[in-house]
Design a protein around this ligand. Structure first.
Ligand SMILES: NC(=O)c1ccc[n+]([C@@H]2O[C@H](COP(=O)([O-])OP(=O)(O)OC[C@H]3O[C@@H](n4cnc5c(N)ncnc54)[C@H](OP(=O)(O)O)[C@@H]3O)[C@@H](O)[C@H]2O)c1
Length: 276
């Protein structure tokens, strides 16, 4: 009988789980969706520093036991999940040559494995709701590889492949899967980025430092997290979602041009911007 309820009541009954909801894009999305009438449950390792009015469960998505406990808690009161927004993420920067294996494992654990585990365990609850959604937060950096942020780009390219496969696998169940690709966005992401040892700059001159400084400046002058949250709200109100939704006209143009232009030329442009 859901279709005969007024719109606000239809939304009221919809539970949305958001990982990485303590700050930045996840927090903005959680706030916007809760205000729009969704029942939001945020997850991350710490509580939001700003005031919030949605439900929160502490959960480190790199820990399978914590994921299971958090999901058991969610499902005990909300057995049907309308949407999962996989937003938890982190960045590391530095030269590939100097990046420690432990740091590579950490970013793979958070940006990929954690997302995979949380999604997997919530699929049965998403299958119960018609036209439910999984939105993975990727990045323009997953389509345009950024030097000195290689492992970040690799994880976000991985999210793209994951999104495409999941979308095809879950299509018959009526679960719609897509990735939102933000460009530079002003959040705590910049301050939280792990930096590889800058002293090991032997032979690179100041290329690593200049590249990271440029990236950080672009992020801090970037769009607000609310812009991404509003995009996600729009997607949740639709019956289906696109495979990729890039946020911002200039980034849409970059990705479009990447498809048209020779890879050698695109690589040279990125070299000029971030590696020279
Ligand atoms: N900012 C940008 O320019 C930009 C651009 C494109 C894509 N993105 C993507 O957007 C997403 C959100 O980033 P943001 O910019 O909003 O950065 P942010 O403010 O640093 O937020 C990152 C979120 O991830 C959570 N998180 C990190 N590790 C976690 C873990 N092990 N378990 C659970 N939660 C964890 C953090 O919460 P706790 O620390 O409390 O755990 C925080 O809520 C990321 O996937 C990022 O790659 C960002």
């Amino acid at each position: 009988m859901r279709q005969f309820l007024p719109i606000y009541k239809q939304i009221m009954s919809k539970t949305v789980v958001i990982s990485g909801a303590s700050s930045g894009i996840g927090f903005a999305t959680a706030r916007i969706l809760q205000k729009s009438g969704y029942h939001v449950i945020g997850l991350s390792r710490s509580y939001p520093k700003e005031t919030y009015d949605f439900n929160y469960i502490l959960c480190d998505i790199t820990d399978e036991v914590q994921i299971k406990n958090a999901v058991d808690k969610i499902l005990s009161t909300n057995p049907d999940i309308y949407a999962l927004i996989n937003c938890a993420g982190m960045g590391i920067s530095g030269a590939i040559e100097y990046t420690e294996t432990a740091d590579i494992k950490t970013i793979f654990d958070v940006n990929l494995l954690g997302t995979f585990q949380l999604t997997k365990i919530l699929i049965p609850a998403l299958r119960k709701v018609p036209n439910s959604k999984i939105i993975n937060i990727g990045s323009v950096a997953g389509c345009l590889t950024i030097p000195f942020q290689a492992y970040y780009s690799i994880t976000k390219a991985g999210i793209n492949a994951y999104t495409e496969a999941l979308r095809m696998e879950l299509r018959p169940f009526g679960i719609h899967v897509g990735a939102v690709l933000p460009g530079d966005t002003k959040t705590n992401f910049t301050a939280n980025r792990q930096k590889a040892n800058m002293k090991m700059d032997n032979g690179y001159g100041n290329r690593i430092q200049l590249s990271i400084e440029r990236m950080e400046k672009d992020e801090q002058n970037g769009k607000s997290a609310d812009t991404v949250g509003i995009t996600i709200r729009r997607l949740l109100s639709r019956k289906t979602v696109p495979v990729y939704k890039t946020v911002g006209f200039s980034y849409k143009l970059f990705i479009f041009l990447k498809r048209l232009l020779p890879s050698r030329f695109v690589n040279w442009i990125l070299y000029q911007m971030y590696a020279k």
